[in-house]
Design a binder for this molecule. Structure first.
Ligand code: SF4
Length: 165
C-alpha cells in the first residue's frame, strides 16, 4: 500500500504539463502496487492525515474512480460553494473582487472534486473562492492543462486549442 501525496504524485500534475518533456506521470503508472491518490496542489493536511487515520482505525477508505478517498473528494467544489446561489441565478462576477459567482472568471469548481468550501485551509479559516480567487482545479487528474488558460470561462477553455493556453 502506498499513498501518492499531491497532484504530481497522483496524476503527473504540473510536472507532466504539456509538452511534458520529462515524461512525468502518476506513481500508480510506474509502480505495480496498490496506490491511494491524495491529490491537491498543495494537499490539504486534513486529506493526508485523515487518510492515514482512516487506514489505521477503519482500514481502506472508499475510493472514487480516480483512486482518491471519497470522504474528501466525493463532491465538487461547486456543490457546496458559498457563491452557488449566484451561479443558480446566473449572476456572474465581472472582475476579481466582485461578490458574485466567478464562473465567468474561469472558476473550474464545477468539475473539481474537493471539500474546500467547508473544510477550508489555514487551520480551517479560508479558501480560494472566499478570498476572491477562482478555483483552478488543483486536485483534478488533468491539472494544470485542463484548467488553463486560467481566468477564462470553462466552456471557452474546453474549446480553446492547447497551444493558446
Ligand atoms: S465561484 Fe466557482 S465553485 Fe463557486 S458557484 Fe461559482 S462556479 Fe461554482
Amino acid at each position: 500500500m502506498l499513498i501518492a501525496l499531491g497532484t504530481c504524485a497522483s496524476f503527473g500534475g504540473a510536472s507532466s504539463a504539456a509538452p511534458n518533456l520529462t515524461g512525468s506521470m502518476g506513481v500508480n503508472k510506474v509502480l505495480n502496487r496498490e496506490v491511494i491518490n491524495v491529490s491537491g496542489c498543495p494537499v490539504n493536511p486534513d486529506w493526508f492525515v485523515g487518510t492515514l487515520a482512516h487506514l489505521l482505525m477503519y482500514g481502506m477508505p472508499e475510493l472514487d474512480p480516480l483512486g482518491r478517498p471519497s470522504l474528501f473528494y466525493g463532491n465538487t467544489i461547486h456543490r457546496h460553494c458559498q457563491r452557488r446561489s449566484y451561479f443558480d441565478k446566473k449572476d456572474f462576477a465581472e472582475k476579481l473582487g466582485d461578490i458574485e459567482c466567478m464562473f465567468s472568471l474561469g472558476c473550474v469548481g464545477p468539475k473539481t472534486g474537493a471539500d474546500c468550501p467547508y473544510r477550508q485551509w489555514v487551520n480551517h479559516v479560508s479558501w480560494p473562492v472566499k478570498v476572491n480567487t477562482p478555483c483552478i482545479g488543483c486536485t483534478n487528474q488533468d491539472f494544470p492543462d485542463g484548467s488553463t488558460p486560467f481566468f477564462v470561462p470553462l466552456p471557452q477553455k474546453i474549446k480553446m486549442p492547447k497551444q493558446m493556453g
